[in-house]
Design a protein around this ligand. Structure first.
Ligand code: SF4
Ligand code: SF4
Length: 164
């Protein structure tokens, strides 16, 4: 995994133009079975990729924290929401709450998430490869090919399974 993670930014860069063209065509005419195919590709990838050997998303990018996330996590720490915000969060250029620093403060030894049961919605949904109408988040997905090895592999498998 370590070698793949080192190579990933360059591999993703090499595929960037090809991926942009592919998703542009896909968005124009999405196949009817795209949700079904993506679910299959997502499940096949995560049968062989173990996030606990990676954690690159938690190490390099943090999630957004919604108000509901802040309420839930601060309650878990028996803190007031504002106390939690002041300790861990900042507001980014899009006016969203994000972590003050990466790697994520809540990433523990052996890549376990210390707040797994109450983690932000964005963490639960990452890397979004099993969401419906996957073609609609192509810019985010192309960005994620350089962060998440599973996304890189899924996009490669997708191009083979749903050629354009
Ligand atoms: S909250 Fe947990 S899952 Fe989310 S980035 Fe931090 S360590 Fe990773
Ligand atoms: S979601 Fe992707 S980047 Fe995050 S730990 Fe799993 S494989 Fe790694």
């Amino acid at each position: 995994m370590d070698d793949f993670l080192k190579q990933l930014p360059q591999l993703a860069k090499d595929k960037q133009n090809e991926n942009k063209k592919y998703f542009a065509k896909l968005r124009k005419k999405p196949p009817k079975n795209i949700d079904y195919v993506m679910q299959e590709l997502h499940e096949a990838e995560f049968e062989k990729t173990d996030c606990l050997t990676c954690a690159n998303c938690c190490k390099t990018t943090g999630p957004l924290f919604t108000n509901a996330d802040i309420e839930r996590i601060s309650k878990h720490f028996k803190q007031k929401p504002q106390q939690f915000i002041d300790t861990y969060l900042r507001i980014d250029e899009d006016n969203d709450y994000v972590l003050q620093e990466v790697p994520c403060t809540f990433l523990g030894a052996d890549n376990y998430c210390l707040i797994y049961d109450v983690r932000p919605k964005a963490c639960r949904e990452y890397p979004h490869t099993d969401r419906k109408k996957f073609q609609q988040i192509s810019n985010l997905t192309i960005k994620n090919t350089s962060i998440c090895p599973a996304v890189y592999n899924i996009v490669e498998a997708m191009k083979a399974k749903l050629p354009k």
